[in-house]
Every structure is written in C-alpha cells, then in structure tokens.
Write a protein that binds this ligand. Structure first.
Ligand code: R5P
Length: 312
C-alpha cells in the first residue's frame, strides 16, 4: 500500500499546518498538546505512525521554550512509536539569532537547540530563511533550507514600484537584498551600523542613493521593529519617495506593531511562518502564505525527489 506523508502540528501554527495539509491532499494527523498545572508540556499523537514518514510542523516562536519542548516531545513520541522517518518542519527557527559566541562564558544557543533535536531523534530538518545559514552545519542530519525570495518578489511586483531600491538594514543582509533586487529588477543599497564604543548607540550610514526612489527594506526578522523603523527614518531623510518592508518572519514582539504603525513604512509584506495574532493585524501588514512551498517540499522529500528548485 502506498502511503503519503503524515503531518502533525504542535500548538504554534495550526493555521499554516491546516493549509499545508490541504495542499498535500492529506488529513492533518490528530495530536493532543496540553499543559500540566505547573507548566510542564504533555503531548500525545492519536494516530498509528509505525513505519510512516512523519512531518512535525512547529515554529519555535513565542513562547519559544514551550514550542521547542513540544517539538522535542513529539519527536521522542514518534521515535518510541517506531515512526519510519521523523522530519521536523520549523517554518521559523527560534534561537537562530544566537548563532555564535557573543561574550565570554556565553552559550551558542542555536547549537544547543540543534543538539537537543538530534538527541531526541530527528531525522531531517526543514526550515525557512534561518538567520545564519551556517546553523545548518550545527545538525548532523540533513537540513532543507528554503528561501522565500520568490514569494516576496511576486507580491512586490504587483505594487506600483518605479525603479525600486532594495535596501539591506545591515551588512549581514546584503545577499538577501541582492536576491530580491535581482528578482524585482532594482538596485541595492545598504545601511551600515557602527558602534563607536561598546555602550554607545549605533550610528547608521547609508551606502547608495535613494533620492526620489521607492525603497524596499528586506530583512529576515522583524522583532521589536526598531531596526526597520529606524532604517526607514534614515531613508526618508535621504529623500526616499516611499518605504516598504519585506520580511520573512513576523516576530513582532511587545509594541512592535504600534511602532510600525507610527513609522515611515507604508507596508510590511511578511509571511505566515509565524501566525499573526488578531490583535496584531493591521491594514499596513500583508501576509503571503508559505503553505504551497512547504507542501511541495514535504511532497518531494517524501517521494525522494529534489527540492532544489523549490527552495529558491
Ligand atoms: C538581526 O540581525 C536580524 O536580521 C533583524 O534585523 C533583527 O532581528 C530585527 O530585530 P528588531 O526588529 O528587534 O530590530
């Protein structure tokens, strides 16, 4: 009997999981995720998974530790119930910004997360636009690393942008901005952020010309929104005609949405790797779904076909 991929989700992003299941034409597996009174996480998969190709969808977004623990427990449950293969699908990979030593006696937290997932028995990781690509090397199992440039560019192409300038808000994001600029047919600019002394505020220097141009800031994460709203201020002060932002992961912590609302950014284009809670939804925020891309990758991984063309 030919059996399809078996998809389950934790509590982080059931809406995305439902869309992926629909795109795959497979029912979403039934699982129960609960909390005990003291906050401990409890999970149970309510389907037979023996010898099946299981895909566990979980974004390790807020509350990151709970979501990470749910995923670790689901992987362990699959291992103990003799799943054939356990694929963890992390549309958003929390802790990815802690990818190196930041100080003496500090951890490399992204490596700790990788160790944890491998220790409980994951066979493969599928993730999107991870903050630092080298995190793939933290895993001893295959990592399928997907890029959403094409998705963001498709949306941007529908907007009235005239000779756009794609702007990276920091030096680390230049490759990402270049990919979007190539897809959109625009040029790039870069904001260089420097700190004169460890405790000093960072000064921003714009490299490139944005006068009378439609600008698109591109980043992997919008968290407090400070990086992008400050960058937008700088672009407007340098004569930009309009500023939009295209960002993969809408972390949007604390007062980020209010800051975005007050900012020079006219539109934030983002994805559903992290669900946008009802109280964060605004007319300024457009969400494009990663569900068809993830469904196609899951299908190809399941049948043993290449995912290269789907990951770009
Ligand atoms: C940092 O290196 C990331 O690429 C983002 O620029 C950063 O996480 C954004 O954070 P925030 O919105 O809090 O400024």
């Amino acid at each position: 009997m030919v059996r399809g991929p078996l998809l389950f989700c934790g509590s982080s992003n059931p809406a995305l999981a439902t869309k992926i299941a629909a795109a795959l034409g497979e029912p979403l597996g039934s699982a129960e995720v609960r909390r005990f009174g003291d906050g401990e996480v409890s999970v149970r998969l309510d389907e037979t998974i023996r010898a099946r190709d299981v895909f566990l969808l979980q974004s390790t977004c807020h509350p990151a530790n709970d979501h990470l623990m749910e995923l670790a427990l689901m992987i362990d449950a699959c291992r103990r119930a003799s799943a054939g293969r356990i694929n963890a699908v992390l549309p958003y990979f929390g802790y990815s910004r802690q990818d190196g030593l930041t100080d003496r006696r500090s951890p490399i937290s992204a490596k700790v997360v990788a160790n944890l997932l491998c220790a409980v028995g994951v066979d493969r990781i599928i993730t999107i636009d991870i903050h630092a690509a080298q995190i793939q090397g933290f895993f001893k199992v295959p990592v399928e690393h997907l890029n959403v440039t094409r998705l963001l560019v498709e949306h941007l192409r529908q907007l009235p942008l005239d000779e756009p300038v794609v702007v990276s808000p920091d030096a680390g994001g230049v490759d990402r901005a270049t990919q979007v600029a190539m897809g959109l047919g625009g040029s790039i600019a870069l904001i260089d952020r420097q700190r004169a002394a460890p405790a000093a505020t960072r000064s921003m220097h714009l490299v490139g010309d944005v006068r009378d141009r439609d600008c698109v800031l591109v980043d992997d994460i919008i968290d407090t929104a400070a990086t992008l709203t400050e960058a937008a201020e700088l672009l407007v002060s340098r004569g930009a005609r309009s500023v939009r932002a295209a960002v993969t992961h809408p972390v949007l912590s604390g007062s980020a949405v209010a800051r975005l609302e007050r900012s020079q950014i006219s539109e934030l284009i983002t994805t559903d790797t992290i669900p946008l809670a009802a109280d964060k939804q605004r007319r300024k925020i457009s969400v494009v779904t990663v569900a068809p891309q993830l469904a196609a990758v899951i299908h190809n991984v399941h049948v043993g076909a290449s995912v290269l063309a789907l990951s770009l």
